[in-house]
Unconditional design. Structure first.
Length: 528
């Protein structure tokens, strides 16, 4: 699984999750087949069953509530298939949450013979069932009859079907190896000519077709041999729809992909129908290089936070290139919606020859408070002033830890307001950007020493009060200063607490399953 794209995309998805979470409503459902676990029965259950999917949840978590009926439905479908679906209230059984390093809700872990790894599937019942079926069964299903083929064609996820001379030959083994590592595709294998024809395959062996229930329904593998590189490339390029409509459900397909460049088209339903043929045609030229996304302006619940993130209004159709890694680079498009124009823009985007743009609020008319306000347009003048030591907090207005930090940060600025060599500054990271700022969570506090502005800024680490930040400045300031700062006392390390991890930071080493929590939850968790 690809590591989830960092920084700017974190904020975008957090905003989307918040909107969805607060609008979700609980429905009536039966959880009779979901096993309730606690400290007393957890070990026995996971050790006595080969396959167990465990959800760690919090009763107040909006996304846990949304997941509950889907999870219950999946549990019923999988009952009798040798798979147990269980749940743990991690607020009641915090010891289990700590043992399995649960940092966000819901967290789902997949246990096989007592050993666990993160769940990386979807949140709908059919997606859970498909993921579990693939993980608990063979990576490739053998299709022996036309009746089996008809059942396979009913699968909602993309299916890849290979026709081989023998189920034991090297080509069959290559497909099995591909099925072991590829997510989001169901793999089928046949050596029967009649069955192959049902999937639209001819008499040639080996041959492979990928079928989707999208605008582009069929993709045929056209290489002469089944090599690992060629097969992987084919599936990567073709498993996604030509155009993905952005939503919380489709976000993993976009942000977990190894394809790190995206076209984001903001358009209403009627406007998109006019553009759609051209947009889809252009998408065919960039399969495997650019993911083409539609943000449907008619779906206000989803579109509103995305528009807010990009500081856009929802009044007109707009296209931009987006690279969610690091600072979330954006590239504006001002051409017409013709295939040639879109292809020209796409080729420049892929070649990295476009100039990015950064969003910014207007420079404030006055900036007389001890904490100086920085916006994108004033970053160079304030933060990169080579004559000053500058401490910069990048915050989000909705971030709980930013709100907790504010009085301490103001206190620090008040204590240092007469030190002319130091600037204590803050920037709203949801409305302002700069190429020198890389966000991995809120708040991010970075220090730009005087005379060293071309170097990477220094992270303030886990310091989150006036005393700690004052100590940090004393140790790192390029221009020595005197000030009456509070004494810093090293906090006691709590048992089980990871060392050196800043409160409110995000950790990307886990799966995207930890995305599901509201904004109030995200800013004191390590994963989104």
């Amino acid at each position: 699984m690809a590591q989830w794209r960092r920084s700017a995309a974190v904020v975008l998805l957090a905003m989307l999750c918040y909107t969805v979470a607060v609008s979700a409503s609980a429905a009536d459902f039966d959880e009779k087949d979901v096993v309730v676990l606690g400290a007393g029965n957890f070990t026995d259950l996971v050790s006595s069953n080969k396959f167990v999917l465990v959800e760690f949840y919090a009763p107040w978590c909006g996304h846990c509530q949304t997941l509950a009926p889907e999870y219950a439905k999946a549990a019923t479908i999988l009952k009798g298939e040798g798979v147990v679906l269980a749940k743990v209230d991690a607020t009641e059984h915090s010891d289990l949450g700590q043992q399995f390093q649960v940092r966000g809700f819901p967290t789902l872990l997949w246990f096989v013979n007592g050993e666990h790894k993160p769940y990386s599937g979807g949140r709908k019942a059919e997606e859970i069932v498909a993921w579990v079926a693939k993980k608990s069964g063979p990576s490739v299903q053998i299709v022996k009859s036309v009746a089996d083929a008809e059942k396979a064609l009913e699968v909602e996820t993309p299916i890849a079907v290979a026709y081989v001379k023998s189920l034991e030959d090297k080509d069959a083994k290559a497909i099995a190896a591909l099925g072991d590592k590829e997510e989001g595709v169901a793999f089928y294998l046949t050596d029967d000519k009649e069955v192959a024809a049902k999937f639209g395959l001819g008499e040639k062996t080996p041959s492979l077709v990928l079928l989707k229930k999208e605008a582009e329904k069929t993709a045929t593998f056209d290489e002469a041999e089944f090599t690992e590189e060629a097969l992987s490339s084919f599936v990567l390029k073709n498993k996604l729809p030509l155009v993905i409509t952005f939503s919380r459900e489709t976000a993993p397909s976009i942000f977990e992909s190894d394809i790190n460049k995206q076209f984001l088209l903001f358009a209403g339903t009627d406007e998109y129908e006019k553009i759609r043929p051209v947009y889809e045609e252009a998408a065919k030229s960039f399969k495997g290089r650019i993911i083409f996304v539609l943000v449907d302006l008619a779906n206000r619940e989803v579109a509103a936070p995305v528009l807010e993130f990009f500081s856009l209004s929802g009044e007109k159709t707009k296209l931009m290139g987006f690279v969610p890694e690091e600072s979330g680079l954006k590239f504006g498009y001002d051409g017409d919606f013709s295939v040639d124009s879109l292809k020209n823009f796409g080729e420049k985007f892929v070649a990295n020859t476009l100039e990015p743009f950064f969003k910014s609020e207007d420079i404030p008319e006055t900036n007389d408070e001890p904490v100086k306000v920085v916006v994108g347009k004033s970053f160079e003048d304030i933060v990169l002033d080579d004559s000053k030591d500058v401490l910069l907090e990048v915050y989000a207005p909705w971030c709980g830890h930013c709100q907790q930090l504010e009085p301490e940060y103001n206190k620090l600025a008040e204590l240092l307001k007469d030190v002319k060599s130091i600037v204590i500054a803050k920037m709203d990271g949801t409305k302002n950007e700069h190429g020198r700022v890389k966000i991995e969570g809120f708040p991010t506090i970075m220090f730009f020493p005087a005379g060293k502005k071309t170097e990477e800024p220094i992270s303030a680490g886990s310091y989150r009060d006036a005393a700690g930040l004052g100590k940090f400045l004393k140790e790192n300031a390029a221009i020595k200063f005197e000030a009456n700062l509070p004494e810093y006392v090293e906090p006691a390390q709590e048992e089980g607490e990871p060392e050196g991890e800043a409160e409110g930071a995000f950790n990307y080493d886990e799966e995207l399953g930890h995305l599901d929590q509201t904004v109030e939850e995200t800013d004191d968790k390590d994963e989104l």
